[in-house]
Design a protein around this ligand. Structure first.
Ligand code: NAD
Length: 346
């Protein structure tokens, strides 16, 4: 049987390890490339049926046209979100599959890790004690017990985060564009969520509609000293408004695993360079901002699941012309289609 050839972009050591472990070498020929997928690098996919990409590979109209020209049939995202794909351009031309769930625990637990680190000043304590500075000055935190947390997006990750928060004795309120009936979750309007929450955590996808849902106007409506946690997508927050909100003390702390301009910096070592993103530099310089570089997904369990699901998606598609994990292209049929009909999208 002919092997399935995959051009794997933005490959990191941990990707190779997990995919090499999951892939049967008799069935898959994976060509790993460190470079991102761009119009210029599409040529690396020549002879491949599929490309495998991650969150910061921009699958725009130019890339789609180039892949189509080169005979690539499938874009396999090894992540859940697909805001980096121009789905309207893809429809009818190239199929796109994703990994809708791999470990909601990985992301939800990271969100809580960021929150605890921030409010108990663990990041400061780690550095102090390594320098034999055992002073507690400036280290006062606050209890999570009894605080109100507002969760935006109550899907797989949001719900695990809610469970974790309840374990800490927090009061949970939530907003979701499609609230889940009978879930036992107290849904409120977004406006109420901004006003009542001591802590707000984002677990919804980024869309054109909610880009910059955190902006100067919404920040002004939040409780003074609110803690924001974003492990979802950077574009949900207007970073400049965030900086201003922190400077004015309206925002008490920010815990960020994502950043709207992350594509230019995250996943690379710039320790010996001058980073020219002033907003990012300003955020990192603030003592009440904690930033990780989109690593919430990075657990052994999640990497294993990502590799297995991605390979299964590719195999399903190449064998049957469809995969249960094909994205919704919001095509003209969308009104009558819930993607459970077992028919091909195109
Ligand atoms: P999910 O699809 O299970 O849940 C998303 C929820 O958001 C759904 O309940 C949906 O109804 C809701 N929603 C959709 N549009 C909304 C809107 N405009 N406002 C409020 N709610 C809205 O997804 P998930 O697996 O829980 O993942 C959530 C997000 O987490 C993903 O979209 C992705 O961006 C992000 N993510 C980040 C990492 C990371 O490593 N940092 C890893 C995985 C996922």
């Amino acid at each position: 049987m002919e092997k399935i050839r995959i051009a794997f972009f933005d490959a990191k050591d941990y990707d190779r390890d997990s995919f090499d472990q999951a892939a049967d070498r008799e069935r898959f020929d994976i060509r790993y490339y460190e470079t991102r997928l761009t119009k210029e690098t599409c040529a690396l996919a020549d002879g491949c049926q599929a490309v495998c990409v991650f969150v910061n590979d921009d699958v725009d109209a130019g890339v789609i046209g180039e892949l189509e020209k080169r005979g690539v049939r499938l874009v396999a995202l090894r992540c859940a979100g697909y805001n980096n794909v121009d789905i309207q351009q893809a429809y009818g031309r190239i199929h796109v599959v994703r990994v809708p769930a791999y470990s909601p625990y990985a992301v939800a637990e990271h969100a809580m890790a960021l929150l605890l680190t921030s409010i108990r000043r663990i990041h400061k304590a780690y550095i102090r004690t390594r320098d034999f500075n055992f002073s507690l000055s400036g280290m006062t935190g606050f209890d999570l017990n009894g605080k109100t947390v507002g969760v935006v997006g109550t899907g797989k990750i949001g719900r695990v985060f809610i469970q974790i928060c309840r374990g800490f004795g927090m009061h949970v309120i939530a907003y979701d564009k499609f609230p889940a009936p009978d879930s036992g979750i107290e849904y409120v309007t977004l406006d109420e969520l901004w006003q009542r929450s001591d802590i707000i955590s984002f677990h919804c996808p980024l869309t054109d509609e909610n880009r910059h849902m955190v902006n100067a106007d919404t920040i002004a409506r939040m409780k003074k000293g609110v803690v924001l946690i974003n492990t979802s997508r950077g574009g949900l927050i207007d970073s400049e408004a965030l900086v201003e909100g922190i400077k004015s003390r309206q925002i008490g702390a920010a815990c960020l695993d994502v950043y709207e301009e992350e594509a230019n910096v995250f996943f690379h070592d710039y320790s010996g360079h001058i980073v020219d993103d002033d907003t990012l530099a300003r955020l990192i310089s603030m003592p009440n901002v904690i930033l990780t570089s989109h690593q919430a997904f990075l657990t052994k369990e999640a990497l294993g699941n990502i590799a297995q699901t991605t390979l299964k998606n590719i195999e399903d598609f190449l064998q049957n012309g469809m995969s249960p994990n094909e994205i919704c292209y919001k095509c003209p049929k969308v009104a009558q289609c819930d993607q459970k009909h077992g028919e091909k999208c195109f």
